[in-house]
Design a protein around this ligand. Structure first.
Ligand SMILES: Nc1ncnc2c1ncn2[C@@H]1O[C@H](COP(=O)(O)OP(=O)(O)O)[C@@H](O)[C@H]1O
Ligand SMILES: O=C(O)[C@@H](O)C(=O)COP(=O)(O)O
Length: 423
């Protein structure tokens, strides 16, 4: 294994696994496997990139550090020469969040300073300019992400946001330097390291910027960012003759299908609004979950009855309703109840023979996939930017699409079910 990734959620892990296995157009990527939590077994020797999906985005720093260091040790034991800490392209975290503390702990273990921090993912409209994060033409804090149920992003200046999470000085490399090329970026990273800066926010607004950043960081033991920052990394290994460019190994599988959505992000709500005009769909009311009026058994029964017609169940709701329900019951209690509900529903679905499963939302995907105890997935074709087909390895494979809340076109659900079937 050459490249190891520690991803702080499950959709993010499949996003970056997609980037690494795809590589640059005409160049090919690395042979990539996504692991669901740190494995207790060794990786096959032909795996070139291992992506460990953690469910650590919204947990307290000490536990996030513990899980991330455990993942790091496993990746180092597999032979990794470079580690990427993957967080969200919208920098999802809170002022008490763990991006800064986890990055610092990984950097300390790897003896690294002047570490790239770049969430940019231009293919999905995420760009970093003058240290500020944009989503499309809006600043992060005016993009809808300020209403996220767990990680409301209320400041687009990610240098300032990161500074709240770490005591160390946060560096910045502007777009002019990035456009001056890889060696200039490398010089500036080295200068940041000599000033004692552990993390350096690097501007990037186009894929070429990310390729240059990747080249500049070719020799760095640690890189941090969104999946975009991985664009150039396979090419570094291929150019050194360490990896053979390869095509993706799996397509999809056929079988009954279901869709679960727990994301309250704008893109998912639009996808639901379109989907429910044409397919059987059922909304989950949090009040009903709390009082026991709705159970996983009910939801699974509804989905199983409607297989063949792309059935959907969703808890997704508007920011106003989310705020009011959180005020009534408490944010963590609601999140815990919904996680459990989706997890148990998914378990029942797969036990009853569902083989194609689309899940919308990072936390929701984490809950579902952990419940299915799948261990590892192979990476198939891309459905929409940042979302690949995943097929579990081992007996009775399940095909999955784990969609970040804000990713995907309005018709994503139907398209995903088609791609999961290999069509
Ligand atoms: N109806 C609802 N009311 C309150 N909170 C909700 C509701 N539905 C989902 N949530 C919360 O929103 C979170 C969405 O997070 P996630 O699944 O990561 O989506 P995204 O990918 O959009 O961030 C869930 O974990 C859950 O806690
Ligand atoms: O970087 C991204 O935007 C995604 O890969 C990601 O991390 C998604 O997180 P959720 O929106 O919580 O699914």
């Amino acid at each position: 294994m050459l490249l190891g990734v520690i991803a702080d959620d499950f959709t993010g892990a499949s996003d970056v696994a997609n980037t690494i296995s795809k590589g640059l157009p005409g160049q090919g990527g690395l042979r990539t496997v996504q692991y669901l939590d740190t494995p207790s077994f060794g990786a096959p020797t032909d795996v070139e990139a291992g992506v460990i999906a953690l469910k650590s985005r919204s947990i307290a720093p000490p536990e996030a550090i513990r899980q991330s260091l455990e993942a790091l040790e496993w990746l180092l034991r597999q032979g990794c020469r470079q580690i990427l800490f993957k967080y969200c392209s919208t920098f999802d975290s809170t002022p008490q969040g763990n991006i800064g503390p986890v990055a610092k702990a990984l950097a300390q273990r790897l003896g690294s300073k002047g570490v790239v921090a770049c969430p940019a993912f231009p293919d999905t409209g995420r760009r970093v300019y003058q240290g500020h994060l944009f989503v499309g033409d809006r600043l992060l804090n005016e993009s809808g992400l300020e209403n996220h149920p767990l990680n409301p992003m209320t400041d687009a200046d990610i240098r300032r946001w990161l500074a709240l999470q770490t005591k160390e000085p946060v560096g910045h490399i502007g777009l002019d330097t990035v456009r001056a090329g890889a060696s200039r970026i490398a010089e500036r990273l080295a200068a940041a390291a000599s000033r004692g800066e552990t993390l350096v926010i690097v501007d990037a607004i186009a894929n070429d910027d990310l390729v240059a950043i990747g080249k500049a960081a070719a020799g760095s033991p640690l890189i941090t960012g969104g999946s975009g920052v991985a664009i150039g990394l396979p090419g570094n290994f291929i150019a050194q003759g360490l990896a053979g460019a390869h095509d993706r190994g799996v397509e999809g599988i056929s079988g009954p299908e279901a869709i679960l959505a727990g994301s309250c992000s704008a893109a998912t709500r639009e996808q639901i609004a379109l989907h429910k005009t044409r397919h059987p769909s059922r909304a989950i009311e949090v009040n009903d979950v709390i009082t026991g009026k709705v159970t996983a058994g009910d939801l699974a029964a509804f989905l199983i009855e409607n297989t063949g017609r792309a059935p959907l169940v969703y808890s997704s709701s508007t920011p106003e309703k989310v705020t009011s329900i959180q005020q009534k019951y408490g944010r963590d209690r609601v999140a815990g109840m919904l996680d459990e509900l989706f997890a148990e529903t998914a378990r029942r679905l797969v036990d009853s023979g569902i083989r194609r499963l689309v899940v919308a939302g990072g936390e929701t995907s984490g809950a579902v996939v952990s419940a299915l105890d799948l261990k590892a997935v192979a990476i198939g074709p891309e459905i929409d930017p940042g979302v690949p087909v995943l097929v579990s390895t081992g007996k009775d494979p399940v095909a999955l699409a784990l969609k970040s809340g804000n990713f995907g076109a309005p018709d994503f659900f139907v398209k995903a079910l088609e791609r999961l079937a290999g069509r």
